[in-house]
Design a protein around this ligand. Structure first.
Ligand code: ZN
Length: 186
C-alpha cells in the first residue's frame, strides 16, 4: 500500500521507474501499445507507409524533449508570437514533428498570416495530422496534433487563404525544418 501511495504522489516518473524495476528497460521504455499501426505519408517515397504509433509515458517524453519543446508538444503550450524560429522562414523545405520526425508541412503551403506564428494552408497529407476539439480558451477551437505521436502542434482556423481557406497556426517549437528543393507536386 505504501508503495502504491508513493507512486501516486510521484506521478508518472515513478511508474516509469517501476517498469524499469521489472526489467522492461529496453529502447522504448514507457511505450504502451506498440502494435497500433497507422498510415503516414512519407515524402521521400511519396507513398503512405504503415507505421506504429509512438505512445510514451509523459516522463519518457520529458527525457527525450528539451523543456521548451515538451511544453508545447506534451503540455499543449503556445510559444510567443513573433520572433519564433519559423515565423519568417521563407526557405524551401519540409517541416516535420520535433518529437517523432513525421512530415507535417511543405514550405509551398506556408503563407504570412501576420499572426506571428508559422502558418500553412494545408498539411503535407491528411493522414499525418489529427484533430481534437479544444475548449480551453472558453470557445471552441480545433487543435492540430501529430498523427503518429499525438504531440500538440497548434490550431486550425477557417480564415486561411485559397485554395483551402484553412489557416494551420503552428508553434515553431513543435517542428523541425529541413531546407530542400521541392519537387513539383504532380
Ligand atoms: Zn510526432
Amino acid at each position: 500500500m505504501k508503495r502504491i501511495l508513493g507512486i501516486a504522489a510521484a506521478g508518472c516518473l515513478a511508474v516509469l521507474a517501476l517498469s524499469m524495476d521489472r526489467g522492461e528497460n529496453h529502447m522504448f521504455a514507457g511505450e504502451k501499445k506498440p502494435s497500433e499501426k497507422i498510415e503516414i505519408f512519407d515524402p521521400v517515397s511519396g507513398k503512405l507507409e504503415k507505421l506504429e504509433r509512438i505512445i510514451l509515458d509523459e516522463a519518457e517524453w520529458k527525457k527525450r524533449l528539451p523543456p521548451d519543446r515538451c511544453y508545447i508538444l506534451r503540455s499543449k503550450g503556445t510559444e510567443r508570437p513573433f520572433g519564433n524560429a519559423f515565423e519568417k522562414n521563407k526557405q524551401a523545405g519540409l517541416y516535420s514533428c520535433a518529437a517523432c520526425e513525421t512530415a507535417l508541412f511543405r514550405s509551398s503551403a506556408k503563407f504570412d498570416s501576420g499572426t506571428g506564428w508559422p502558418s500553412f494552408w494545408e498539411p503535407i497529407a491528411p493522414q499525418n495530422v489529427v484533430f481534437e476539439e479544444d475548449f480551453s480558451l472558453f470557445h471552441k477551437r480545433v487543435e492540430v496534433l501529430c498523427a503518429r505521436c499525438r504531440g500538440h502542434l497548434g490550431h486550425v482556423f477557417d480564415d486561411g487563404p485559397p485554395p483551402t481557406g484553412k489557416r494551420y497556426c503552428m508553434n515553431s517549437g513543435a517542428m523541425r525544418f529541413e531546407a530542400k528543393e521541392e519537387k513539383p507536386v504532380s
